[in-house]
Design a protein around this ligand. Structure first.
Ligand code: SF4
Ligand code: SF4
Length: 108
């Protein structure tokens, strides 16, 4: 699922953080989140993986952490936070139901 993030500076720290969460090392190819170039306008696109894709596992919302690791190291915390919340709300569950928001980051 892709999200427009005009404030994103393209530093890709979030990719490194996610790969550390997923694989215990800094391997951007193993990130569940990808920063993509846009055709026009400021910022970048944020791609969050709903399903595993090659070496990249699906985003697991960093369940169990108080703050998702990608978010913790993003300089645009509020904007990435909104994207993660939207992703959680829109992503269909395996049984087809739509997830509902629980606590700030968890509660599912
Ligand atoms: S860490 Fe934040 S500002 Fe940097 S690329 Fe990721 S979303 Fe963009
Ligand atoms: S919330 Fe998803 S994209 Fe962000 S670090 Fe956790 S698994 Fe990766």
């Amino acid at each position: 699922m892709k999200f427009n993030m005009p404030s994103c500076g393209g530093c890709c720290t979030c990719e490194l953080a996610c790969s550390f969460h997923q694989r215990g090392g800094f391997v951007p190819a193993a990130s569940s989140l990808k920063i993509l170039e846009k055709d026009d306008g400021p910022g970048y696109l944020v791609l969050l993986k709903e399903e595993p894709d090659g070496n990249s596992p699906a985003c697991d919302d960093c369940r169990g952490l108080d703050i998702p690791l990608c978010l913790e190291y993003c300089r645009e915390f509020d904007d990435l936070y909104k994207i993660l919340q939207e992703f959680k709300a829109k992503r269909p569950q395996k049984n087809g139901a739509v997830q509902t928001e629980g606590g700030r980051y968890g509660g599912r």
